[in-house]
Design a protein around this ligand. Structure first.
Ligand code: HEM
Length: 201
C-alpha cells in the first residue's frame, strides 16, 4: 500500500511539476527570457529525474526495501518525458521550426549532438520498458538498460558544454553523477564487457 502511494506520488508530482514549469514560463516568472528559462528548467528537470532513477536501486538495497524498485520505471519514463519537453521547447519556442537553423545548430554546437544522443538513449529505454518488450528481450533487457549510465554521463557533458566559461553548477552535477556511478555494484568496465557479450551473442 505504501509503495502504491509512492508510485502515485511520482506520477502526480512529475506531471504537476511539468505543468507548473509551463505556468511559470507563460506567466513570465522564469527570469528575463522565458524561452531560455523554460529550456533550462526542463533540461534540469530531466537530469534530476534521471539521477533520482539511478538512486532508487542503491536506496532500496540500503533500506532493504526491494519494493521501492517499483518507482524506478515511472521515474525513468518521466525523465524521458521531461527531456522531450526540453527539446520541444528549444525547437518550437527558440528555433520556431526553422529547419535550416536546426541543422546549422546541430553542426555548430556539438553539445546539441551530445544531448540528442542522450535523448535517443532515454527514448530507447522508455520504449523497451513496455512489458511485452521486457519479456521479448529477456536477458538482453538488462544490457540494453545499462544504457542509462551512458545517458547520465552524456547529459552531464551536454550541460557542462552548454555553459559559457567556467561555472560551478555543471561541476556539481558531474560530481553527483560520479557518486551515482560509484554505487554500481559491478564496476563499469565489467558492465561494458557484459553488455558487449550479451548484445553480440
Ligand atoms: C536533442 C536533444 C537536446 C537538445 C537539442 C538540447 C538543447 C539544449 C539547449 C539549447 C540548452 C541551453 C543552452 C544555452 O543556454 O546556451 C540546453 C541546456 C541543458 N540541457 Fe539540453 N538538450 C537536449 C537534450 C538534453 C537531455 C537529454 C538532457 C538531460 C537528460 C538535457 C539537459 C540539459 C541541462 C541540464 C541543461 C542546462 C540547463 C541550465 O543551464 O540551467 N538536455 N539543452
Amino acid at each position: 500500500m505504501r509503495f502504491k502511494i509512492l508510485q502515485l506520488l511520482v506520477h502526480g508530482l512529475s506531471l504537476t511539476w511539468l505543468g507548473w514549469a509551463y505556468y511559470l514560463g507563460f506567466s513570465d516568472q522564469l527570469g528575463g527570457d522565458p524561452v531560455e528559462g523554460i529550456i533550462h528548467y526542463t533540461g534540469k528537470g530531466a537530469l534530476h529525474l534521471l539521477m533520482l532513477t539511478l538512486l532508487v536501486a542503491p536506496l532500496s538495497r540500503w533500506l532493504k526495501q526491494p519494493r521501492l524498485m517499483r518507482v524506478r520505471r515511472p521515474l525513468g519514463l518521466y525523465s524521458a518525458l521531461w527531456a522531450v519537453a526540453h527539446i520541444s521547447n528549444y525547437t518550437i519556442f527558440d528555433l520556431q521550426f526553422d529547419w535550416p537553423l536546426i541543422v546549422s545548430e546541430l553542426v555548430q554546437r556539438p553539445y546539441i549532438i551530445v544531448g540528442l544522443t542522450a535523448l535517443l538513449i532515454l527514448l530507447v529505454l522508455a520504449v523497451t520498458s513496455l512489458p511485452q518488450l521486457v519479456r521479448k528481450l529477456g536477458r538482453r533487457w538488462r544490457a540494453v538498460h545499462s544504457g542509462i549510465y551512458l545517458a547520465l554521463v552524456l547529459a552531464c557533458v551536454h550541460f557542462w558544454w552548454s555553459v559559457k566559461g567556467f561555472e560551478l553548477e555543471p561541476l556539481i552535477y558531474g560530481l553527483a553523477a560520479v557518486v551515482l556511478l560509484s554505487f554500481k555494484r559491478r564496476p563499469l568496465w565489467r558492465l561494458a564487457v557484459r553488455v558487449h557479450k550479451t548484445l553480440t551473442a
